[in-house]
Design a protein around this ligand. Sequence first.
Ligand code: ADA
Length: 545
Amino acid sequence: MKKRESKVLSGIWDFRYFKEKPVLETAVCNETMVVPGCFDSTVKNAGLRGFGLYRKKVIAGGKQKLYIDGAGVSAEIFWDNKLIGVMQYAYMPYEFEFDAGIHGNHELSILVDSHYNYDFELYFDFFAWGGIYGDVVLESLPEKAIGLVRITTADYKTGQIRVRAELPAGVKNFMLVFDNLKTVDCKSECENVDMLFHVPNFKLWSDLEPHLHSLVFATEDDSVEVTFGIREIRTEKRKLLLNGKELKLAGFCRHESHPTFGAATPETLMLFDLELIKSCGANFIRGTHYPQRKKFLDLCDRMGILVWEETLGWDVKPPKLHSDEFKIHQLEEVALIGRFSVNHPSVIIRGFLNENESQYPETLPLIQALTDAFHALEDGTLVTYASNKYENDCCLAPVDIVAMNPYPGWYDMENPHPRDEANVKPRLSAIADAMPKDKPFLISELGAAAMIGFRDWSRTRWTEDYQADVLREACEFALEDDRCCGIAIWQFCDSKSYNYGNGIFGRPKGNNNKGVLDDYRRPKVSWDMLKTMLGKIVKKDRLKY
Ligand code: ADA
């Protein structure tokens, strides 16, 4: 079987920071960077906005595919100074096929632009890091290369899967190898394979038992290996069902953010975060507020962490929200997510437009279009958006799950010294009452800021104690109230924001401090409380599982 040759280009690269856009032919990269790496989290360039030129000499030739597991705020990719691709959306993985010329020495340049742009605006409450966030991989392609191979569950009870693949022109015969053991020879009538198969000796994937299978899809000239899981996620009235059994979600919203690494969090840190999440009995991550890196989803697949993934589009207001241009960009993001985050059983929810203006009927067509586009992927994931319009939301009809970001005890209150008046459970109950009765209701954010080390007998706002009080009540609600299918606490750890101006830009320490861990992953008081509560929510009603 023909195997593709691939080179992981991560490691030490030449680099240079420029305030103005450099001319590639004359630019000299006499500094050092690592890839993945954010230039604005290095000592020299900390906090600078501008252009980062990353360069690497590569020996290659012929037909190649370059995969980049996310960059930001945007990037242009050059091979021997010739443009081969643009990464418009921050965090989105991209791949580019190109002709690398005669086999020999070549130069790959990635020009990162860290300025805010149409898709990543200044007012977003998460720092716009400048850099290459994920691995860079170069793969040599055969002349007749297999395209995208997508595997989804057709029937979890019998282990039946649907295999969709793009065959090169003129190729009809292919072979499937399941789990390196069982081989099936097949013939397709057309270039787009869309067929059903039974996986031999299949085991189901779930958060409790995350079994994975592998499939090699091979032709005479090429082969592609894919890892997948067999599972079904669906809704039944207010319940979520995973493989036919009720599922409760309990976990955190998480940013890719760390003071030392920026958004280029290394896989060791991802593993560390996920181990922490598992250790407190949680089963769920809302990947706020953008597409997730392949490395992260691979880890979630293996570790049995359920994921909500979403497009980048935070608190966007009309007229932009209702414009054709914005819709086109969001649909492009949906299509890219559909291409790059397939085959991950951990991704059970896809979302868009965090806290959009869904109190206006004018927003409904956009929500309908994005929901339809995600549904059209036919990969069995549920679709939603996180709303802060609560009782006034009038755009919930298209989505599968109703997701709300309530902040009782923090934003949603009048009394500045609220020890006994945080009003958490009554407010959550009122919201649950107002939600449609035929869809699961998920708390997609809820939190309170706490400055690490700040404790006080009065348990006042900003103390670790106050945060723990608010979160305990919210978790009790998620545990006790059957109208609620789960909770994603805002947020897993403190993350970089901004500290200039007023409002959210004036965050203390320039961080969003609602983490239950600080930005270096040190626990606040609420962590120990969550260790008992989250596991209880997950296990509720699932003891027979
Ligand atoms: C919103 C938003 C989050 C964060 C949060 C907060 O709910 O969705 O990204 O900004 O508010 O901490 O204020």
